[in-house]
Design a protein around this ligand. Structure first.
Ligand code: 5GP
Ligand code: ZN
Length: 143
């Protein structure tokens, strides 16, 4: 548990929250400032600032839980879709530096503007981008 981390305190029950689910690794809560009805957050009880710090075990389990929550929320809320979002770094919109996954139910005409607009044909080579990432993966595997 990290001092002064609000999500550590919420995840571990020191600060109350609208809890939807809890087990020994995670707490799932309603977001205090929801983007849509039922907007929920999956918080690991262990502190990881972001995906780069996440351990393998938590990384594996968290998406299994996201899948379960998404299925249940679809039925319970009658939403028509769901965005599953996870922000890393200020530039990506992260405001709380304790890893979390957003589950954002989507409804017809909800006027949420989540869509990634392509920028057209890139002015850099996709081959170069492919190469640098594939080389990075090889380097990780070699460690
Ligand atoms: P981020 O921008 O870091 O991806 O997401 C942080 C989310 O946490 C925001 O959607 C924000 O509304 C939510 N949040 C921040 N503080 C609290 C809190 O004290 N309680 C709850 N339930 N949600 C919070
Ligand atoms: Zn924390």
């Amino acid at each position: 548990m990290e001092d002064n981390c609000i999500f550590c305190k919420i995840a571990n029950g020191d600060i109350s929250s609208k809890t939807l689910y809890e087990d020994d690794m995670f707490r799932v809560i309603l977001d205090i400032n929801p983007a849509a009805k039922g907007h929920a957050l999956i918080l690991p009880k262990k502190h990881f600032a972001d995906i780069y710090e996440l351990d393998q075990d938590t990384a594996g389990e968290v998406f299994v839980l996201a899948k379960r929550m998404a299925a249940v929320m679809k039925e319970a809320l009658g939403c028509e879709g769901m965005n599953i979002l996870q922000n890393n770094g200020e530039i990506a919109g992260q405001t709380v530096f304790h890893f979390h996954i957003h589950l954002i139910p989507r409804y017809k005409e909800d006027e949420i503007g989540f869509h990634m607009e392509g920028k057209g044909e890139p002015d850099y080579s996709l081959d170069d981008v492919q190469k640098v990432i594939v080389e990075g993966l090889k380097a990780v595997r070699a460690v």
